[in-house]
Design a protein around this ligand. Structure first.
Ligand code: AMP
Length: 429
């Protein structure tokens, strides 16, 4: 199938060609015709599938068809996203795909002056890309009116719900016209996502691009068991010895993120860190410098890593596995994007084993084990009751949600004891 057959206008087709896209991805070829047919859609697609163009292109086409309001910059399209990074990324896509069109857009998210956004809103915009929290602030200040929204997108709905935005989303939707067209995108169809979908979408067409919680087939997934104390050495060795350029390393907490970036830099691998406590300006700068190749490694927490669009990313390393298994799917979505090959390696110490088991269950795949001479795994695997305790801690952590402010430092008490083991199977039991 080619883009020409999807029913998009020539301006949009030119913009798509300028991006170098040859043919639509699976989510694009399935979603665009349905969207142009003015139907609601519930799409299960992970990042890296080309999902952004799947909702931005038909949105631009629908705006172009609205001759009555041509040139008025009346606010008609709303895209809700969970994080500022994703807002910036989607905003860039709106600019790129809408290059030949007369629409104005604004990105609304925390971490920058609200007055600048208000001024932009006052000058008139056709499209808003916003995090629910910041949009709610604008609604309170009456700097935004949603009465003419006829196209609403909820991107990464599962993540927005995880971040506790349910009330804001419902309140925002209430202010938009009932007759609007609504798109909901989510990497996973959790019961919460389905419930929200039921209340916001009308007879939606359901599109599942990849099986629920499936990781992209183009990503090779490997696991390296390693003692906690050897992790950072092994990481530096792996990146150096394999000559990995441009690697994203994921951690669970901001403290580990900063420390690891320092250690890698000291080991001769220029690294920068991003997490929820780093100001927006610094995050943007770090990301820009990483993209430009000034840093070889970007160390990120899940909150900050969400929504990063870094093209040609070949390697993702999980220095610590995420405490929420679904986050693994998002993490490795940074690589193997739009059909490119990628490699994801997880460094697993004794206390990560329980996380690994949950992730493998979720993705329905047993990762291939790799080993490195000199980094033999000798830690004792915690017994069942210790693992249960860990799971309980994880559940409470997940209940606390992972908003930027709430990233928890790793407990020193959780460090496993180093006990020499002679014989073990994969999980040492
Ligand atoms: P997304 O899933 O929207 O984050 O997109 C992932 C990446 O795929 C982005 O870098 C897009 O620029 C790229 N992309 C989107 N659509 C296509 C396409 N049809 N062909 C090639 N690359 C694409």
């Amino acid at each position: 199938m080619s883009f020409d057959t999807l029913g998009l206008n020539s301006n949009i087709l030119d913009a798509v060609k300028a991006q170098g896209y040859e043919k639509p991805t699976a989510v694009q070829s399935q979603a665009i015709p349905v969207a142009l047919d003015k139907k609601d859609i519930l799409v299960s697609a992970q990042t890296g599938t080309g999902k952004t163009a799947a909702f931005v292109l038909p949105m631009l086409q629908r705006l172009s068809q609205d001759k009555k309001n041509a040139g008025t910059h009346l606010l008609r399209a709303l895209i809700l996203v969970p994080t500022r990074e994703l807002a910036m990324q989607v905003g860039e896509s709106v600019d790129a795909y809408g290059k030949g069109l007369p629409f104005k857009s604004v990105k609304l998210y925390g971490g920058k002056k609200i007055s600048t956004e208000t001024e932009q809103l006052e000058r008139g915009v056709d499209i808003i890309i916003a995090t629910p929290g910041r949009l709610a602030e604008h609604i309170q200040k009456e700097s935004v009116r949603l009465a003419n929204i006829n196209y609403m997108v909820l991107d990464e709905a599962d993540r927005m719900l995880d971040m506790g935005f349910i009330n804001e989303i419902r309140a925002i939707a209430e202010l938009t016209p009932k007759g609007r067209q609504t798109f909901m995108f989510s990497a996973t169809f959790t019961p919460k996502v389905v419930n929200l979908g039921k209340s916001l979408l009308r007879k939606p067409k359901i599109i599942e691009v990849a099986r629920q919680n499936k990781t992209a087939d183009t990503v090779e997934q490997k696991v390296h068991f390693v003692n906690s104390a050897d992790k950072s050495d092994l990481l530096a060795y792996m990146i150096g010895a394999n000559n990995y350029n441009q690697v994203i390393v994921f951690t669970r907490t901001k403290d580990v993120t900063d420390k690891l970036a320092e250690e890698l830099t000291a080991a001769g691998l220029p690294a920068t860190a991003i997490h929820g406590d780093i100001t927006q300006a610094k995050r943007t700068k770090a990301l820009k410098q990483f993209k430009e190749g000034k840093f070889r490694v970007l160390v990120a927490t899940d909150v900050a890593g969400r929504g990063l669009d870094i093209k040609d990313m070949d390697y993702v390393i999980n220095y610590e596995l995420p405490s929420v298994a679904e986050d693994y799917v998002h993490r490795i979505g940074r690589t193997g994007r739009a059909g490119k090959k990628g490699l994801a390696i997880s460094l697993v110490s004794a206390y990560d084993v329980a996380y690994l088991l949950e992730i493998e269950k979720l993705i329905g795949l047993k990762m291939t084990e790799i080993k490195t001479k000199g980094y033999e795994f000798t830690e004792r695997i915690p017994d069942r009751s210790e693992q249960h305790n860990q799971r309980d801690r994880r559940k409470s952590a997940s209940i606390r949600k992972h908003t930027p402010k709430k990233e928890k430092p790793k407990s020193a008490a959780a460090a496993p004891k180093k006990v020499k083991q002679t014989k073990r199977n994969r999980f040492g039991s």
